[in-house]
Every structure is written in C-alpha cells, then in structure tokens.
Design a binder for this molecule. Structure first.
Ligand SMILES: [Fe+2]
Length: 354
C-alpha cells in the first residue's frame, strides 16, 4: 500500500498509531555519539574500569553541547516531521536542538545478583514527561518524547519500558480534567497503567532513536547487567495546542493517537477551564547543578593534556553570548520558576534502587 506520508511507511504510521511509538534504527550521526561520549567518564568522575566508583546508579546530566535536530539525526527528524503533520506545526525554537544531557542507568552490583525478572504491571514510576507547563488534553508542549541511544541496550539492560495500551487511560483522564495538571505531575493520569496488558521494553543498538507519543506512559526498567546504559531524552514541542476538531479531518498522527484513545472522531467540546501556563523546567534544577563541577573536570582534563580552556567544548564557557542566550531559550531557561512547586534538586531514583 502506498504511504500518504513522505518519510513514514504505511506500516510505520500504523505502528505509531496503534502502539504509540516507533523504533528508528541507526539514525544518529556517529560523529555526535563519538564526540559527546569522549569525555563521558571525565564529566561524571567515575572510573570506567572500577565499578565501586559508580556511586549513584542513576544520573541525569546537563547539556554542554547541542546541535539542530535534523543535523543530529536526519532520518529520525524526517519521521518526526511526518508524525507531527508537517514542520510548520513544530515549534521553531523550543527543543529544536538536541544535546548531550546524558541519562545513565548503571544498575548496581546488588541488582545484578537478582533473578532478572521485570514485571511491568508491578512497576512503580509510570509517567509522561512534563515538568514545565500546565497539561491539558490538547497540550503539545511535549508532543513527543525522543530516546537517543548512546550505548547498546541489550535485553535486561535497563531500556525504557512503554505501556502501549496505557495511552487511552491517559487521554481519558485528561479529558475529564479540563482544569489541567500542574507539574510535578502526581502520575494520577498514569494510575491505571498497572492494570494494562501491553508493554514493550526498549532493546536497541547505539545510534538508534525511539520516538514516543508524548502521552505514552513509560518507566525505567532495571539494569540487571551493571553496565553504563546511556541515552538522552529530549522532546518535540509544537507551535500550538493540538486541534481535536478539524472539519477537514487533516489530523496529525499525534492527534489521531489521542482521538483513537478516546474512541472519538473529533472532540469539539473540549475546552481548558484554566489559563495555559508555562514555567522554567522543574527537573532542570538538579541537572544544571552538576554543570559547574563537570566543567571544572573537563578543563582540568584538557590542561592535563597540555591544552588550555579554549579546547573544551561547553556552552557554559560561553555565558553572556548570543549563543548561550539562544540555548537558554531553546530549553525554557528564560522562563520563571513556578513559585509554588519550585525546582527539583534531587536526582530521580530507579526501580529496585535501595
Ligand atoms: Fe520520562
């Protein structure tokens, strides 16, 4: 069957529509994987060959570098554009660049000794990503969650788990809460996921990209292999809220997933009952707090090789420039902190982490 999309096959479109995600193999330019992993151990100050130095089993790092989404992973970007219904629907600034905010699931020696049994329906931590805006059914701030795979992720290796039949419960919850949800989301909209039946845990190769609908519930799975599993987890943000009432039926795949979950052809009656709001991303608090110490280690490592500070590639060395200002805008760091919920200053925890 001929596809009506430019870059998605009919099978890929159907997979995204029915399961809420799509695996795009070998999609990241290798030069970025190599360049951004080169000083990985320097940044975190762990010894690659001595696991006793891996003191935190889970780390979320800040960005020091970023490039445009289409430069980083062109094939994946083309598919993102199709899924969003055209590039003109994508926010031209917010989250348009992808970077090296690495997320590492190391596992632990203790977890590696356990029977490697992972039961998603018994799992805690199911969520959708949103730490920076009041979320309504039609909110498209985190239209897609994108997993960039920086190391191979074997079976039992701590890949993200998604709940394919959980999206319907999320959209029904949001439909019945037109007042919207403010971060931190208490995961009430994902409370049903433990009753679901269809789960899939990421197994991938370095360089792969996995595209998730922004309302697809997901959770970390245990890394039973006790190695450094590295991903990043940026998003796609749209220019405007979803339109769930298009008389011409020209719904994007993202919108179709929502309508399918609701069992509707259109939702003309949905209207948020509170104003839309955005804030500084709450989870950036603890991640950005690492940046200064990381930078000091990167500079020290350069000097140890006889190089000077200018050889270190970090946006944090270019504060006060237009480039830094643009970086701040792209990531929402120019917005006000939500005075009620403040910033999260504590690293997320993993399932089975003691
Ligand atoms: Fe997430």
């Amino acid at each position: 069957m001929a596809s009506k999309y430019q870059h998605l096959t009919s099978e890929e479109a159907e997979h995204f529509l029915t399961k809420g995600w799509l695996h795009v193999p070998n999609a990241i330019k290798p030069e970025y994987l190599d360049r951004w992993m080169k000083d990985f151990w320097t940044r975190i100050d762990y010894d690659e060959h001595d696991k006793t130095t891996w003191t935190s089993p889970y780390l979320h790092l800040p960005r020091h570098r970023e490039v445009s989404a289409e430069e980083f992973a062109p094939v994946a970007w083309d598919k993102i554009v199709d899924i969003c219904g055209g590039e003109d629907r994508i926010d031209p600034i917010r989250e348009r660049y992808y970077g090296d905010a690495l997320i590492i699931n190391f596992g632990t020696e203790e977890i590696a000794k356990r029977e490697p049994v992972f039961e998603p329906s018994a799992q805690a931590g199911w969520h959708t990503d949103d730490d920076w805006y009041r979320m309504f059914l039609d909110s498209s701030g985190n239209a897609m969650t994108v997993i960039h795979v920086f190391t191979d992720i074997p079976e039992q290796g701590g890949g993200t788990c998604v709940c394919e039949d959980g999206i319907a419960g999320v959209v029904k919850y949001l439909y019945s809460h037109p007042e919207g949800l403010d971060p931190p989301l208490a995961a009430k909209h994902c409370a049903h996921v433990n009753e679901c039946k269809q789960y899939s845990t990421v197994v991938a190769k370095k360089g792969d990209v996995i595209l998730l609908h922004g309302l697809l519930p997901h959770a970390p799975s245990p890394n039973f292999l006790h190695y450094a599993r590295v991903i990043t987890n940026p998003h796609v943000s749209l220019r405007s809220p979803y339109n769930l009432n298009r008389p011409d039926g020209d719904y994007s795949l993202l919108e179709q997933v929502i309508l399918r979950g609701l069992g509707r052809d259109s939702v003309p009656e949905f209207k948020p009952t509170r104003e839309r709001k955005t804030w500084y991303p709450r989870n950036a608090g603890f991640k950005r707090a690492y940046a200064t110490a990381e930078l000091e280690r990167m500079i020290a490592a350069a000097k140890a090789q006889g190089l000077d500070e200018s050889s270190v590639d970090s946006l944090y060395l270019r504060r006060g420039t237009k480039e830094f200002e643009d970086f701040e805008k792209r990531n929402g760091f120019d917005k006000e902190v939500n005075g009620e919920s403040g910033l999260l200053m504590e690293q997320h925890r993993l399932p089975l982490q003691t």
